[in-house]
Design a protein around this ligand. Structure first.
Ligand SMILES: [Zn+2]
Length: 485
């Protein structure tokens, strides 16, 4: 049998229960086709459950302790500045547009993503195999590529008209660098091509030109915003995405032919949890809770006597402590008085992690290595109240409840970057708010450790093989092994 190409479609916020509902109601024929000729299940996203962290984990096969992209927003301890890959324009403006735009456009791939953590594109290149990335925010590969920046961006002091980056053999990054010279939907009001139609159009271009490489990754961004606004039950994002998938399938002689020479992996990047309506206290205002402390203002940058920097990732936040006369535990004790805050965790000496909760009594302390084995073959030492993380024991094994792969994901996030910080995750229904961080009252949001944020759908068609475990960090090795054998 000839070797199949692997096509990985990442559909932002694709969740299994709602996908099934759309398919059962005959609203999504393309998804239904892939599911009929394959398997559909759930896969665990890294923590925080934010796209840039997810993509970094997918590409490198590791959590953020290895790949070093902690979240959408985080504090760079050496540079003493907040990194924000783009929650919204007003936040970027406050941070100083020129420097902050360089973070999503260049630094994330070439400075922050650990150079020692090889991406799937880099590994394939070493094996002499070509690959393609279409609209992925993370795309680092081995080939030099030149992006053409739009005129407006080139007016900013840090930028020129073109930007040299390292990508896979075929790289599409919005309309800055693309395959189809006649591509539509790439204007600035169409987010410079970071939309589903542009992504589909670029993939179809490769299919029609018979230039699909062994591995292609395509990112479809649109559903994220639809779910944020309309809530998790809304199926219109699935219907819209399905229309693009139909176009992709139609670009083959027949839909069946699409499966013949290709393995299709169609997956979400994270889930979303409901955010309650305004009259039910959905927003956790961190500056109110932490009012005894001096919190760094975004527009001012870090001042000498600031106590705390906040990096809000929607339903998750990093809380950084800058002064030695306070302790993380003291801040945790304040935060846990709010029952809307779910998991509160931080690193102590010797890579021990402490966990408390605004909802559950007690304290859990854990570290890597020990006698307890989790479902993924990792061993742990546990002291204190395992109920804090909804963990059960069965003989010498542990099982997870509401927080999938909780120990490894928290441990990785705690070691993902330098600094003294707490990681806090909101209970479903709630979201963190500080300054101009975006909120989704009455809609849905993500970032948290809870299963609602953490479980994405995955459909696999064209192969019987599945990843070793149902975690995103297991996808890279699985794809490489399919392309090897
Ligand atoms: Zn989102």
């Amino acid at each position: 049998m000839a070797k199949k190409n692997v096509i990985l479609l990442i559909i932002d916020t694709l969740m299994l229960p709602f996908l099934k509902k759309a398919v059962d109601n005959k609203m999504a024929p393309a998804f239904a086709f892939f599911m009929k000729h394959g398997t559909a299940s759930e896969i665990i996203s890294p923590f925080p459950t934010m796209s840039v962290n997810v993509e970094s984990s997918l590409l490198t096969g590791h959590y953020s302790d290895v790949h070093h992209v902690p979240g959408l927003v985080w504090f760079h301890d050496e540079e003493k500045r907040l990194i924000n890959y783009g929650t919204n324009a007003s936040e970027l403006l406050q941070l100083g547009l020129a420097t902050s735009l360089k973070d999503p456009l260049y630094n994330i791939n070439h400075e922050h993503l650990n150079k020692k953590a090889a991406t799937i594109f880099e590994e394939l290149s070493k094996k002499g195999k070509n690959s393609a990335s279409i609209n992925g925010l993370l795309y680092r590969g081995s080939q030099e590529k030149v992006m053409q920046l739009p005129f407006l961006l080139s007016l900013l002091p840090t930028f020129h008209r073109s930007l040299t980056v390292k990508g896979p053999d075929l790289l599409t990054y919005g309309s800055f660098i693309k395959q189809n010279p006649f591509a539509k939907y790439g204007h600035f009001w169409q987010r410079f091509g970071f939309n589903n139609r542009f992504s589909a159009q670029e993939l179809i271009y490769l299919i029609k030109n018979h230039s699909l490489p062994p591995f292609t990754m395509v990112y479809f961004p649109d559903m994220d915003q639809i779910i944020h606004k309309k809530g998790v039950e809304d199926l219109s994002g699935i219907v819209k995405t399905d229309r693009e998938l139909q176009k992709v399938l139609d670009s083959f002689h027949s839909w069946e032919e699409a499966l013949k020479n290709n393995v299709w992996i169609i997956m979400g990047d994270n889930g979303q949890a409901v955010v309650r309506p305004r009259n039910q206290n959905p927003l956790i205002h961190l500056e109110k809770l932490l009012s005894p402390y001096r919190i760094t203002k975004l527009s001012k940058g870090v001042r000498k006597d600031d106590d705390i920097v906040l990096a809000v990732n929607q339903r998750m936040a990093f809380v950084y402590l800058l002064q030695p006369n306070h302790s993380l535990e003291e801040i945790a004790n304040i935060l846990k008085t709010d029952a809307r805050i779910d998991v509160i965790a931080w690193r102590e000496e010797e890579e021990k992690i402490k966990v408390v909760s605004g909802r559950r009594e007690g304290m859990l302390m854990f570290k890597k290595g020990g006698q307890w084995e989790d479902p993924y073959g990792n061993m742990w030492t546990l002291n204190g109240d395992i109920e804090v993380l909804d963990i059960f024991t069965e003989g010498s094994r542990i099982k997870y409840g509401e927080y999938p792969d909780a120990l490894a994901r928290l441990h990785a996030a705690a070691l993902s970057h330098k600094g003294q910080f707490l990681m806090i995750s909101a209970y479903p229904g709630f979201e963190f708010k500080y300054g101009s961080s975006p909120v989704h009252v009455g809609g849905a949001s993500h970032g948290g450790l809870h299963q609602h944020d953490s479980l994405a759908a995955i459909i696999v068609s064209g192969t019987e093989r599945l990843p070793k475990y149902n975690r995103m960090i297991d996808v890279k090795d699985w794809i490489l092994s399919m392309l090897d054998s």
